[in-house]
Design a protein around this ligand. Structure first.
Ligand SMILES: Nc1ncnc2c1ncn2[C@@H]1O[C@H](COP(=O)(O)OP(=O)(O)OP(=O)(O)O)[C@@H](O)[C@H]1O
Ligand SMILES: O=C(O)C1=C[C@@H](O)[C@@H](O)[C@H](O)C1
Ligand SMILES: [Mg+2]
Length: 417
């Protein structure tokens, strides 16, 4: 390996894709066991590497020189081999600082609550100190000397201005986990989560639901990679490359989730849209029918709506982890907040609105048996669709025109990310 990443578990990493967009080399992911790690470091048969969990501290013992910032932080994520001598840097610092600056996250004079006290927290703490935070409190499940407990947070620190998650809580495949209930934080100005899979963690979605801005970890990951490449190749890369790669990756990975009334066109639109955008197509109702091995109509008849809704949530939680997908939901998926929150983690929600006289009275759709039933359902659900949606589209034209419009709206949505 000439260039790449070492760490214990790397299958989740986006670093290969990012480095190969930033530089003209092959970047390999090289997982190492605790036994393999010292051998690898002693051999140092590489040009330059990044280091991730759990070796960012242990690798320091093998280095000939460690730059001042990495020394002060106490961890190294970038190592360059110059004529057999190993030089260590910490670019997580630069990645985090870039993200704060780009989004104008206020830190000076603010009370910051940081979840987690592991490796990443070290670099972030140094950034927060250099940006003159008023107070930095670290929260951990098992309290230690320099951390506080969750009980202490809820009892004494509900006046935090900024919350930063550096813990793995909410990371794939545990996307539905959330480290903190944000409801009672009245002064909250920003939530930052360094997790990048899912694209928006439960914590970020919760913040957005309370109109508190939030940022996920992908931009930080790209920004730290950019500075790593600068060290690797002794070069300089303009900052706008970070944002371009970020937008491209978000556009590629973000799923489009179609919500709307029964027979509004979600499945028909979804199938074609997925094909056009080279995304995978999933239909929640089809998956439910496959699991239950019977039609939606029969599930309603035999087991009742409550059973169906539980099955629907189960399928939505699974499908919400998909990236690069188009997902057609069932009409009632927005009835549970948990479903909407899950779908927002990797998706842009698009409300397909179709005139009521065009919606089908249909025996196979259990809740659409009469015009009156459809009207009643629309009255209840229209505000829920609108509240959940990132974009709305009227599906009263031919399907091709509607699909083109969704594509344009998706582009515009991604431009604003
Ligand atoms: N713009 C359109 N032009 C013509 N027909 C349409 C249009 N949109 C939807 N339809 C038709 O309406 C019917 C219902 O569409 P579809 O099954 O895609 O809806 P759905 O939202 O997936 O419904 P459900 O919630 O029951 O799964 C289909 O026969 C489809 O061809
Ligand atoms: O997940 C990843 O690919 C990485 C995470 C961070 O530890 C970075 O410091 C590292 O360079 C790459
Ligand atoms: Mg459908």
């Amino acid at each position: 390996m000439k260039y790449g990443l070492i760490g214990e578990h790397l299958s989740h990493s986006f670093s290969k894709e990012i480095h190969e967009k930033l530089a003209d080399y092959t970047y390999d992911l090289c997982p190492l066991t605790k036994e393999e790690f010292p051998v690898f470091m002693k051999q140092h048969d590489f040009k330059a590497i990044n280091v991730t969990i759990p070796y960012k501290i242990d690798c320091m013992a093998y280095l000939d020189e460690i730059d001042e910032k990495a020394q002060a932080i106490g961890s190294v994520n970038t190592i360059v081999n110059r004529d057999g001598r190993l030089y260590g840097y910490n670019t997580d610092y630069d990645g985090f600082a870039y993200m704060l600056k780009r989004h104008g996250v206020p830190i000076q004079g603010q009370k910051v609550l940081m979840i987690g006290d592991g490796g990443a927290a070290k670099a972030i703490t140094k950034v927060l100190k250099d940006f003159h935070a008023k107070e930095i409190l670290k929260v951990r499940r098992s309290k230690s000397a320099n951390t506080i407990s969750y009980d202490e947070v809820y009892q004494q620190h509900m006046d935090a201005d900024i919350i930063i998650n550096t813990s793995p809580s909410g990371m794939y495949p545990h996307d539905d986990d959330c480290p903190l209930d944000l409801t009672a934080f009245k002064d909250l100005k920003y939530v930052v989560d360094i997790i990048y899979n899912p694209l928006r963690t439960s914590l970020c979605v919760q913040a957005n639901n309370q109109n508190v801005p939030s940022i996920g970890g992908l931009e930080m990951l790209i920004a730290q990679a950019k500075v790593a490449v600068e060290h690797f190749l002794s070069t300089s890369i303009e900052n706008h490359a970070i944002h371009e790669i970020y937008r491209d990756m978000m556009k590629e990975m973000t799923s489009i989730v179609l919500i709307g009334m029964p027979s509004s066109g979600k499945s028909s639109i979804g199938r074609q849209l997925a094909e056009d955008l080279h995304k995978e197509f999933y239909d929640v109702d089809t998956q439910i029918e496959q699991i239950a091995k019977k039609s939606i109509k029969d599930i309603f008849q035999d087991e009742g709506e409550a059973y169906f809704r539980d099955l629907e949530t189960k399928v939505i939680l699974q499908l919400s982890q998909k990236k690069q997908a188009v997902i057609a939901t069932g009409g009632g998926s927005i009835l549970r907040k948990q479903n909407v929150n899950a779908l927002k983690r990797n998706g842009m929600l698009c409300y397909i609105r179709r005139d009521i006289d065009k919606l089908l009275v249909d025996d196979a759709r259990p809740l659409s048996k009469s015009k009156a039933a459809i009207q009643e359902m629309l009255d209840i659900r229209a505000p829920l669709y609108e509240a959940a949606a990132d974009i709305c589209i009227d599906n009263n034209n031919d399907l091709g025109t509607v699909i083109e419009m969704i594509k344009q709206m998706f582009d515009a949505y991604c431009q604003k990310l």
